[in-house]
Design a protein around this ligand. Structure first.
Ligand code: ASP
Length: 599
């Protein structure tokens, strides 16, 4: 039907007859001539309808926004002074010879260039219109190209693309499962995979050696800005490679993609242990574009009268830290109050600070609501330890390890952005040597990664001191975002049993839930490991957008619903009966003839 894409036309086609298909972006009537900007996925092109050709001219008068048309016409230079340098085809226009209306369109719910003023719900409800916007198409195109490069890289490096089941058993990755009731096994449920973790390990046991899959994963968790209930992972597993080998290949892949698609050389990724990342930045995914760092000062605060500090300073599970912010002395009272509210979101009860107005003037050069509670030598020791200088503000945090890292870690990022301290550009790194476990509020052990991650010690050492055990996990971090993470896996059944036991999964439960894995590990399992990257997050970072929904064609809302299809939706009583399901509460069922049974 067409010879060219609208957006691809240029001066080189001058004098040629072309046929174009696309959407009417805009129609303008100008002194007896009609101009139509015609749009397709490659861009816009200006079409001119002249009254000399009465048929097409009259038809053009009926065109409305978003009609789909086919035009044939002659490419010609635009008259001098009317070229549009912002448009790829801005030096030419097409003088229409024929016009055919392929589809009419009702008035769109929003003009494509006015999307910003309509709510996201409307955009998602009419996603097929929203996706017509050039920036949306560009992001999807970019995503497609990056996926393609990833596939090529993995293919060239001997990885096989293998699909794993969607209807499966629970894969513990720390979220709730999406469950699917089984009709043929009444009362039983499939779980949608939180990741292909166990299947990829089974593929290693099978001897596949190198596997990858661009896989959909499903996690029913409370949604944050950069989470979606279904998302895409670049999922990878290898045999007979250690951490270094796996991290090396993956680093080459990501570096290659940035070079090819953004012309950015990420260089060699530094490696940092989890302990160092937490100590210096309070985060296991530090944004290294921001060089503000924590300084531990608990030892200085053990005997001060200020309980807010002395309490945590004398508690082994707590931390007292200072965050020196150069230039921060110029912050107003109001700005500091706003930061206090901000850390409150993360559970901090207050925010202590010292402004250093003149370092040479001793205590007189300081301004602070807290120094009156501390002996002068303590204040001086703090200033010396953080290397305070005139113009600084020093913020303080004192609390249990986790909450204080989270609150002051978030403050570090916010202040860094607000004061222009955070550099632009890219700061990748690997974080390694994670603890094997963390304890929940009840004191139970939970895996920091997943229960299949290998520790770097023996099963006996692990049992003796699980709190101190480190795992063979690694995360790739970019600009404060976890791009991907993985580990060397447990490949011996005794070690897997030991981990299950520590997690409170008894032998019977382990057999019931993971018997197939234990059997596989006992059937000749190679040492193996891998990782998974979040494709959506990778594309989000690379395209510089802040919402993960901007890089997905059909995302869900914050409440895990799809306004376009109205999913999730009710099902008929017949379907429920077939699935052996009886709803506990009355819910409206669309078919009045077959109401759902209710208790
Ligand atoms: N399955 C893990 C995840 O989804 C990644 C991995 O360990 O390979 O986070």
């Amino acid at each position: 039907m067409r010879s060219h894409y609208c957006g691809d036309l240029n001066e080189q086609l001058n004098g040629e007859t072309v046929s174009l298909c696309g959407w009417v972006h805009r129609r303008r009537d100008h002194g007896g001539v009609i101009f139509v900007d015609l749009r397709d996925r490659e861009g816009l092109c200006q079409i001119v309808f002249d009254p000399d050709r009465a048929d097409s001219f009259n038809l053009a008068e009926t065109l409305r926004s978003e009609f789909v048309v086919r035009v044939t016409g002659l490419v010609r230079s635009r008259p001098q002074g009317t070229t549009n340098p912002d448009m790829r085809s801005g030096a030419i226009e097409v003088l229409a010879h024929t016009l055919e209306i392929l589809s009419q369109a009702k008035t769109p719910p929003f003009q494509l260039d006015e999307h910003a003023t309509v709510g996201e719900d409307i955009r998602l409800r009419h996603r097929y219109i929203d996706l017509r916007r050039p920036e949306m198409i560009d992001r999807l195109r970019f995503r497609s190209k990056v996926s393609n490069s990833i596939r090529n890289f993995l293919d060239e490096n001997g990885f096989l693309d293998i699909e794993t089941p969607i209807l499966t058993r629970a894969t513990p990755e720390g979220a709730r499962d999406y469950l699917v009731p089984s009709r043929t096994h009444p009362g039983q449920f499939f779980a949608l995979p939180q990741s292909p973790q166990l299947f990829k390990q089974l593929l290693m046991v099978a001897g596949i050696d190198r596997y990858y899959q661009i896989a959909k994963c499903f996690r029913d968790e409370d949604l944050r800005a950069d989470r979606q209930p279904e998302f895409t992972q670049i999922d990878i597993e290898t045999s007979f490679l250690d951490e270094e080998g796996i991290m090396g290949i993956m680093e080459r892949m990501i570096r290659g993609i940035f070079l090819k698609h953004l012309d950015v050389d990420l260089g060699n990724f530094p490696c940092m242990t989890w302990t160092e990342a937490m100590r210096r930045f309070g985060s296991d995914k530090p944004d290294l574009r921001n060089n503000l760092e924590f300084t531990d000062i608990a030892d200085l605060m053990k005997n001060v009268d200020f309980k807010v500090f002395s309490g945590p300073a004398n508690d082994a599970d707590s931390r007292v830290i200072a965050l020196r912010v150069p230039g921060g002395a110029s912050l107003t009272r109001k700005e500091i109050d706003d930061y206090t509210k901000f850390v409150g979101i993360y559970g901090a009860k207050g925010l202590a600070w010292i402004k250093v107005n003149d370092i040479a003037a001793g205590l007189d050069g300081l301004q602070s609501p807290i120094i009156k509670f501390m002996p002068e030598d303590v204040v001086k020791a703090v200033l010396a330890r953080v290397h305070a200088a005139t113009g600084d503000i020093i913020f303080f945090g004192a609390d249990k390890f986790g909450p204080v890292c989270e609150a002051i870690g978030a403050l570090r990022l916010k202040v860094g952005a607000d004061l222009g301290i955070t550099r632009s550009g890219w700061a990748p790194l690997w974080v390694i040597d994670f603890p094997m476990f963390e304890r929940d509020k009840e004191g139970n052990l939970n895996s920091l990664h997943h229960p299949f991650t290998a520790p770097s010690c023996s099963p006996e050492e692990l049992r003796d001191n699980p709190d101190k055990a480190l795992s063979r996990a690694y995360d790739m971090v970019l600009n404060g975002t976890e791009l991907g993470g993985g580990s060397i896996r447990i490949h011996r059944p005794d070690m897997q049993q030991a981990v299950f036991e520590l997690l409170g999964i008894g032998e019977e439960e382990a057999q019931e839930k993971f018997g197939f894995l234990l059997n596989a590990l006992a059937s000749g399992a190679p040492p193996h490991g891998g990782l998974a990257f979040g494709l959506d997050r990778l594309i989000m970072l690379m395209t510089g957008t802040t919402s993960i929904r901007d890089v997905m064609a059909f995302p869900k809302t914050q409440s895990a619903a799809c306004p376009l299809t109205d999913a999730p939706g009710p099902v008929s009583a017949k379907q429920l009966r077939e699935l052996n399901i009886r709803l506990r509460e009355k819910v409206a069922v669309p078919t009045a003839a077959a109401p759902a049974q209710a208790e």
